[in-house]
Design a protein around this ligand. Sequence first.
Ligand code: C5P
Length: 232
Amino acid sequence: MSRTIVALDFSSKEEVVDFLKQFDEPVYVKIGMELTYACGLDIVETVKKMGHHIFLDLKLHDIPNTVKGGMSNLARLGVDMTNVHCAGGIAMMKAAVEGLKNGSKDGKRPLCIGVTQLTSTSQEAMNEELGIGGSVLDCVLHYAKNAKEAGLDGVVCSVHEAKAIHEACGSDFLTVTPGIRLASDSVDDQKRVATPQLAKEEGCDYIVVGRSITKANDPKAVYEQIEAVMEA
Ligand code: C5P
């Protein structure tokens, strides 16, 4: 399976199908809230039928019982990866894994990943707006250790925290890193950004790339260029 996950941040099924048509091989794609709220969860089946792998990025964050029920229903969709916010706490993350296990038909549940701090959150915003003291790295590491304790398979973090997370939680604890930009790209709303090359050097397991691919003149060429870096 590819280490580059393409964020399908589109608002219609037609755009998704058109975009995916240009790829001959299966792609690992991310279906998030923009697409899900536009098309409903049927879009998962559409993309699965086209042969692609799916990270369902709905970032659940609620009381444990609700997250457990939600995950149990999401597990039936047969996606490869899904996620929760680590800020929901250890009991909530444990409930997410339990829900996924309960809902999976063949005993093979989707990977469950915890979002640490969004890559659009800066150090300043975390301290002043969110009221969380200390460095982003300390907070991300703390959340990653909680996620591991709860039985999650890994975390979403920025490239800059991936190495420390692997040191603290083990090399098989997955790091999924958005905030990826090519050197020539604009940063947009992201704050903790990095290039695919740096992601590779820092040992990130998966990178999540949206606009750098989807808004490119030749998305497939950019995808292949990024994949070549990740697989080198
Ligand atoms: O277009 P861009 O490459 O910035 O898209 C990044 C994608 O990764 C978006 O779909 C966003 O929702 C997601 N994401 C993120 N930061 C996180 C978790 C998810 O940017 N911490």
